[in-house]
Design a protein around this ligand. Structure first.
Ligand SMILES: CC(C)(COP(=O)(O)OP(=O)(O)OC[C@H]1O[C@@H](n2cnc3c(N)ncnc32)[C@H](O)[C@@H]1OP(=O)(O)O)[C@@H](O)C(=O)NCCC(=O)NCCS
Length: 249
């Protein structure tokens, strides 16, 4: 019987075994061949779907990450998941940390049309349309986005080219239009997005950052449910930092 008044009782005794099993799924012996098939455009989508199925889904798949890195220069940390991991959602050159949660319908734009010129039509800035030797405005790759660890981006958020960095632990509210960098642990929302609040007081934030808990796998983190299933206090954040650094040592 689960005691709903005690959050720690939510952890199954075999959580460690479960997480280890899931982590093993991060690589499949068939993936190498499937990634070769994924180089053929008409087979790509089916090959990658199979890779994901064989390797425990997008939270765990190492081979799907290898494809994103090789084909698109997109790096995504382990256990991150959601809409932004779909092909085409993140522009080439993007960097995403571990343990991020992405809702549906998120848009990431890396450049604006040149509104200061006589025309803002892409014939005059986008070489892919055939009239130019090279793009005449900054390319997506020249303005890459960097998203930290454990970032949560709500449904329908739009990140515009003025935002190059979303800090670790930040929250972007549903429907936000983000025009500037988002600092670690800020909760931003609205159009244009403004800081709604900070997730934590400064000392808590400092300890969480120093803990770098996101470097550990979930089976390790599940060993200390008291640190992850309860509200953060300064004492708890300090304990998290100490524990995380001891585990790493
Ligand atoms: C950002 C969010 C996490 C804040 O939740 P919360 O901590 O419960 O905050 P509250 O609802 O108490 O709102 C705090 C303030 O932010 C404002 N706010 C909340 N969500 C907002 C949004 N999406 N856009 C603009 N303002 C928002 C509230 O109006 C409130 O303003 P006030 O203090 O002036 O009254 C939540 O509103 C949100 O957007 N969640 C995303 C859900 C989602 O997309 N899930 C996808 C699944 S991954």
């Amino acid at each position: 019987m689960v005691d709903t008044t005690d959050p720690l009782s939510a952890v199954k005794p075999n959580a460690e075994a479960l997480m280890k099993a899931a982590a093993r799924n991060g690589r499949s012996p068939l993936a190498h061949a499937l990634l070769k098939l994924a180089r053929i455009p008409r087979l790509r989508s089916r090959a990658l779907k199979l890779v994901l199925r064989l390797e425990g889904g997008e939270m765990f798949s190492q081979s799907y990450r290898a494809h994103l890195a090789r084909a698109l220069d997109i790096e995504v940390g382990l256990y991150s998941y959601g809409g932004l991991l779909r092909l085409g959602a993140l522009p080439p050159g993007s960097r995403v940390g571990a343990y991020c949660s992405f809702g549906t319908g998120i848009t990431v734009r890396r450049r604006n049309h040149p509104i200061e010129r006589a025309t803002q039509h892409p014939f005059f800035y986008n070489a892919a349309l055939g009239a130019l030797h090279r793009d005449t405005i900054e390319t997506d790759r020249e303005n890459p986005i960097s998203i930290g660890h454990d970032v949560w981006i709500g449904d329908g958020a739009t990140i515009l080219s003025g935002c190059r960095s979303v800090g670790t632990g930040a929250v972007i509210a549903a429907g936000a239009v983000v025009t500037k960098d988002v600092q670690p642990f800020e909760v931003v929302g609205g159009v244009p997005a403004k800081v709604l609040k900070m997730r934590f007081a400064a000392p808590v934030q400092t300890h969480i950052e120093a803990s770098a808990w996101w470097r550990h796998s979930p089976d390790i983190l599940m060993r200390r449910p008291d640190l992850f299933l309860t509200e953060m206090t300064v004492e708890a954040a300090q304990a998290l930092e100490t524990w995380s650094n001891e585990v790493r040592a």
